[in-house]
Ligand binder design. Structure first.
Ligand code: SF4
Length: 328
């Protein structure tokens, strides 16, 4: 089928783009552009403090992802206000904000402490909801019950680091949980009416185009509102940097063109109900131990991805097997 014929089909994301983009998802939900503002609330992670493991995931250095205005020395409301100002000076002014609890595991604290932090964020002017990044093994039922109560009044989303559907990969990167725990957390979240997002890393050792082509059907069956794909990058100061320096041949670091080809193929097989929030990560080059994409900014990566979909006359879900149910 050609795209021109396809336009008559009733896709949930409308027809502006060839994929279910996250701005379109949020515009359809909120009727306007909504800006995310990241905060660092000072959480740690059970894969670092010894509860689950020590040393963390082999690729992890949270400093590489934290915006400059995030600082645990400031209160959450100070970070929200500074974040809003930061975005005003760079982008078109938004009127509504989601506070993004981003660094480390943002449900890893007693419920009383979580309530104080989340409610401080929600009390800031213009804030209409929260996006809470965490691990699948950090969402006890009492926390989800509380979030489902909050979700009656605000937009509340839980964003899980899942990274891979393969247990041997998860073990090799020292995630400290298996894929079954991710599925369990997603089901318990979905059962309470809370939307969920997920991160996956493309290019982890032991995975390739063939394995990912199989895994995308599993990913498509998960109860997800949105998804982020990140290309594997070797970040300085991580266990993976040491492994990479000892044996770089064990890693395949995708070049941009090759990566875009792979992501396009995965997106063709991805459930069209899942909104795509990112197709790649962007890390300041000073953090990178592996080759960077020649200073290409994310906006340009996204533009090239969209052009690739055009050139190939394809779109998200074109090859999705609709007989795979999305199970709650
Ligand atoms: S990636 Fe997340 S789960 Fe892994 S060590 Fe870092 S903060 Fe913890």
């Amino acid at each position: 089928m050609k795209w021109s014929e396809h336009k008559d089909m009733n896709f949930p994301w409308g027809h502006q783009k060839r994929y279910h983009s996250y701005p379109e998802l949020y515009r359809s939900k909120f009727g306007m552009r909504v800006q995310k503002v990241a905060v660092d609330a000072g959480f740690t992670c059970p894969n670092r403090d010894g509860k689950v493991g020590r040393g963390g995931c082999t690729y992890c250095n949270n400093d590489a992802f934290n915006p400059s205005y995030c600082h645990t020395g400031k209160s959450i409301s100070e970070q929200v206000h500074e974040g809003i100002e930061f975005h005003h000076t760079r982008y078109r002014r938004a009127r509504q904000y989601l506070v993004y609890f981003q660094a480390y595991s943002n449900t890893y604290a007693p419920l009383k402490e979580l309530k104080r932090m989340y409610e401080e964020a929600l009390s800031c002017e213009g804030v209409i909801g929260l996006v809470i990044g965490t691990r699948p093994d950090c969402v006890e039922d009492e926390k989800l019950e509380y979030l489902s109560e909050l979700a009656k009044k605000y937009y509340i989303k839980v964003e899980y680091g899942i990274e891979s559907v393969r247990d041997d990969t998860l073990q090799a990167i020292n995630r400290g949980h298996d894929f079954a725990e991710s599925v369990d957390a997603l089901r318990r979240t979905h059962a309470r009416g809370i939307p969920a997002g997920a991160h996956f890393i493309i290019g982890l050792p032991g995975e390739n185009e063939h394995t990912l082509g199989e895994d995308i059907s599993i990913i498509s069956s998960l109860p997800l509102e949105s998804i982020k794909f990140h290309q594997l990058q070797i970040i300085k100061g991580t266990a993976m940097e040491i492994q990479y320096r000892e044996d770089s041949g064990a890693f395949h670091i995708y070049e941009l063109a090759e990566y875009l080809e792979l992501v396009t193929r995965l997106v063709e097989r991805l459930n069209p109900a899942i909104s795509i929030e990112r197709i790649a990560a962007e890390v300041p080059p000073r953090y990178l131990a592996s080759p960077a994409w020649e200073q290409v900014r994310y906006d340009e990566v996204l533009r090239l991805f969209e052009k690739k979909l055009e050139d190939k006359n394809t779109w998200q879900g074109r090859l999705y097997q609709t007989n795979q149910p999305i199970e709650p």
